[in-house]
Each structure stands twice: as C-alpha cells, then as structure tokens.
Design a protein around this ligand. Structure first.
Ligand SMILES: [Zn+2]
Length: 136
C-alpha cells in the first residue's frame, strides 16, 4: 500500500493507526478463512434429509430435520458475519478501515479489538439504536 493511496482526510488517522489497522485486517483475513471453512462444512453436512419411512427412519429424519434447521440458522448467521468481514476488508483496501461509516470519526481501538469488522463507532451504534427505538 503506497503513501499516495492514502487519502488526505485519512492520512492523519492512519499514520498513527496503520500498524494497528494492518493487525486488525490480518485478524479479519484469518476469521474469513475460518468462516468459509465452517460454511463449507455446514453445506456438506446440512444438505439433504434422507427419506427413510421405517419408525427408526422417521425418528432419525426428525433429528436430521432439526439438525438441518440448526445448520440453516447457523448458515444465515455465518453468512451475515462473512459479509461484515468482507465489507471491513474492502474498507481496509480503500484506506478507510477503522473509520465510522456514519460520522467518519475514528472508531475506538478497543471497539475494533472486540469486533474488527465493526462499521460504526460506539456513539453511532447508540444513536442508531435510539433511532430504531423511536421508529420501530
Ligand atoms: Zn460514528
């Protein structure tokens, strides 16, 4: 990543924070690999329910369906998490990782360490929650 690529507005943030942001991006890349492996595993295991009409078959079919439901729920959750991570990595590539997508202020380092894919600063998360509470 060259110096020229860093935007003027982001430069002051990233001269101090670039090492930190790189570290967070590495964590995100590792998380993305883990997630994709888990999603592959879910896809392989939660695919089809065998149609076995014996009593034991029906019971195991219910087990299989329950498992499939869980796999589906897990798959949805993991897909959303993967999208968040991809979005965060895209922000990193575009040199505005760690900057709040709403108010454009730097996101607190502690917050990024807890959730490296966080798109908003703490203040905005609270404001968004309040707005949602106002307009359910
Ligand atoms: Zn913000």
């Amino acid at each position: 990543m060259s110096e020229q690529k860093i935007s003027v507005s982001g430069a002051s943030l990233f001269t101090d924070r670039s090492a930190f942001c790189h570290e967070m991006a590495n964590i995100l890349l590792q998380k993305r690999l883990d997630l994709m492996a888990t999603l592959e595993h879910l896809k392989a295991s939660g695919g089809t329910v065998e149609l076995d009409q014996t009593l034991q078959g029906r019971l195991s079919r219910m087990d299989a369906m329950a498992q499939q439901q869980m796999a589906k729920a897990g798959h949805t959750r993991l897909t959303i998490e993967l999208q968040r991570i991809n979005a965060a990595l895209k922000r990193f590539e575009e040199d505005h990782y760690g900057v709040c997508c709403r108010c454009k202020e730097a996101i607190q380092a502690e917050r990024l360490m807890a959730d490296p894919a966080a798109p908003f600063c703490m203040e905005c998360v609270e404001e968004i929650a309040e707005e949602k509470a106002d307009h359910p």
